[in-house]
Design a protein around this ligand. Structure first.
Ligand code: SF4
Ligand code: F3S
Ligand code: FES
Length: 252
């Protein structure tokens, strides 16, 4: 323990009681290696146990402590206090409805997930599947997602514009399925026509905040956009797709 103290400003609001909000300030003793979640938990334990905060693993695995720290979307359990300066302002994620204080309702994401057509494997009869490492690795990147929804919170299309765009987290889910070597569907067209992918203007802000460093834009969004353009506007690709669909249907 050092003598140094850090000032925490914590966003407080209970929408069930009032639309007013305020920031409560607390001085928290600095400890070596301390993360923002340690500071918030210290405050709850020593000053004000009515503050609502959500966390589970404290190891950057569950995604539940996502917040906006000094204006940046980050995991509270992965953000070192010493890197954030002497005053640390903690806000809830702004893209989601507030439950209370630092806790938001992210359940809309689980509803969006249901719109993405599920894994649909080739009918191989009794033949075993042969899958190469290169294909596994390609889709595996997206499986690192911890569903913190910081990318959704950051995306200006999801956050500020009233569009039907499902958002980056959900595009990587669709891309992981599309890149699976045994999957027969192509979700790029429905991503574009029904789920608003065209509204994404590739700003890459989602990629910058991802705690798992998933290349959301380069490896999922851009390939899905390109595939959709091929499928929807390239006559040769359209013909190949038709023949492929027919042969898949015949195999069933
Ligand atoms: Fe979080 Fe990254 Fe998954 Fe988005 S893609 S939900 S930022 S882990
Ligand atoms: Fe949004 Fe990422 Fe596209 S921030 S606009 S989904 S590149
Ligand atoms: Fe699980 Fe932070 S507490 S990611």
């Amino acid at each position: 323990m050092t003598n140094k103290k850090v000032k925490f400003k914590i966003y407080r609001k209970d929408p069930k009681i009032s639309n007013d909000y305020r920031y409560d300030e607390f001085d928290v003793p600095m400890e070596e290696g301390m993360v923002v979640l340690d500071g918030v938990n210290y405050i709850v334990e020593h000053y004000d146990s009515t503050i609502s905060v959500r966390w589970n693993c404290k190891a950057a695995r569950c995604g539940s402590c996502a917040a906006e720290i000094n204006g940046y979307p980050k995991l509270m359990c992965k953000t070192r206090v010493e890197q954030m300066g002497d005053v640390i302002t903690v806000n809830p994620m702004k893209a989601f409805p507030l439950v209370k204080d630092l806790v938001t309702d992210v359940s809309i994401n689980f509803e969006i997930d249901k719109k993405i057509p599920e894994f649909t494997p080739k009918n191989m009869g009794k033949k075993p599947w042969t899958i190469y490492d290169i294909d596994v690795n390609r889709a595996q990147e997206f499986r690192k997602c911890i569903e913190c929804f910081l990318c959704q919170d950051t995306c200006h299309v999801v956050r500020d514009h009233n569009t039907k765009y499902i958002g980056p987290r959900h595009v990587i889910k669709a891309a992981a399925l599309d890149m699976h070597p045994m999957d027969v569907l192509d979700r790029s067209e429905s991503l574009t026509k029904d789920m608003g992918l065209g509204y994404c203007n590739v700003t890459k802000c989602c990629e910058e905040v991802c705690p798992e460093h998933i290349k959301i834009t380069d490896n999922a969004i851009i390939p899905e956009k390109e595939r959709a353009a091929d499928n929807m506007y390239d006559p040769i690709m359209m013909l190949i797709k038709k023949l492929k669909n027919k042969s898949n249907r015949d195999k069933k």
